[in-house]
Design a protein around this ligand. Structure first.
Ligand SMILES: Cc1cc2nc3c(=O)[nH]c(=O)nc-3n(C[C@H](O)[C@H](O)[C@H](O)COP(=O)(O)OP(=O)(O)OC[C@H]3O[C@@H](n4cnc5c(N)ncnc54)[C@H](O)[C@@H]3O)c2cc1C
Length: 284
């Protein structure tokens, strides 16, 4: 049966006469984070609903919407990354420990530098993707660009969400014990970041998406060609070498059996995201 026949509906909250439609909020969920956005279990019992578009293409419409909501997830992720970095830096600049400002310690400087570099690269890559996505929504993209767009959405959603959690963790660490205390924003950053890897597709589901795109559209070849074009004319021998190594591993991956592909998908997705980010960042 699959997804054919699934229909998308719009269900208004209120009827035209102002009365509430036949729907019931069974309960609001008690969540770890994102408490500012209520999540509920909703019952539709004889509720008035409007079919959206072709009744057979509801799943397709949701998949299209998912591309956008994954991009929104990325932007939320870099938001948490930036706030975490800013909080960590500000704290390091005002807290004294063992007779020095935290920001004078080499280990603290290294942490802040790495966070800043990753934040800038992640932001650059995501906004580069948004330009490509815009080209697609304007109907100006080639088939190859459409496949590349799907791949970048999968790998950058996964990477940025994981980084949001890693950054929130580092912000807590930089604050020491204070970072764990609700007087500071840091516990909320970690709680809010934690959902970003779950909703809009978990890492495993995004890994499966990478496999699908490689097997169906040979997207790894498009990805590697895109990187080559970006690297041509750039003075970045380490990135060129990384691209060549990754090309070999992606070609192997494309001919691996299914189980091996599933075992490799997430680590390759991470590496693809990291390389893409660096190439975009250095090329800016
Ligand atoms: C706060 C919140 C709000 C949400 N809001 C919405 C919303 O507005 N609309 C909406 O549609 N959804 C919403 N979701 C649902 C969310 O998208 C799903 O929870 C999420 O996609 C994971 O699906 P699941 O819960 O069914 O987990 P499951 O599919 O049961 O997955 C559980 C675990 O198994 C893994 N797994 C599943 N299948 C495979 C596989 N084939 N191979 C390997 N591993 C696998 C997953 O990666 C995950 O780690 C929301 C979730 C949360 C937490």
């Amino acid at each position: 049966m699959g997804s054919r026949g699934l229909t998308l509906f719009a269900v208004p909250w209120k009827n035209e006469d102002g009365s509430i439609n036949n729907l019931r909020i069974r309960r609001l969920k008690d969540k770890l984070g994102v408490r500012a956005v209520p999540s509920a279990e909703v019952e539709f019992d004889g509720a008035k609903a409007y079919v959206i578009g072709d009744p057979n293409r509801g799943f397709y419409y949701m998949m299209e919407a998912l591309n956008l909501s994954r991009i929104c997830n990325m932007v939320a992720s870099i938001g948490i990354m930036r706030r975490s970095y800013s909080e960590a830096k500000a704290y390091a600049e005002r807290r004294d420990a063992f007779g020095k400002r935290l920001c004078e310690f080499p280990m603290v400087q290294k942490t802040l530098t790495e966070l800043k570099q990753k934040l800038e690269a992640e932001t650059a890559a995501i906004f580069e993707l948004i330009q490509l996505y815009e080209k697609i929504t304007n109907g100006e993209a080639t088939k190859e660009e459409e496949a590349l767009n799907r791949l970048l959405i999968a790998i950058l959603k996964k990477e940025s969400a994981e980084q949001a959690i890693a950054f929130a963790h580092e912000a807590i660490e930089m604050h020491g014990g204070n970072g764990y205390i609700e007087d500071f924003v840091t516990p909320r950053l970690l709680r809010d970041a934690q959902v970003l890897t779950v909703w809009e597709g978990t890492a495993n589901i995004l890994g499966l998406e990478v496999i699908r795109l490689v097997n169906k559209f040979s997207v790894h070849e498009i990805f590697i060609a895109d990187l080559k074009e970006r690297l041509d004319g750039m003075d970045a021998p380490e990135l060129v070498k990384w691209r060549e190594d990754l090309k070999v591993r992606l070609e192997e991956f494309a001919s691996d059996d299914r189980v091996t592909q599933e075992l490799k998908a997430k680590s390759l997705a991470k590496e693809m995201a990291e390389l893409y980010e660096q190439v975009v960042y250095v090329g800016m």
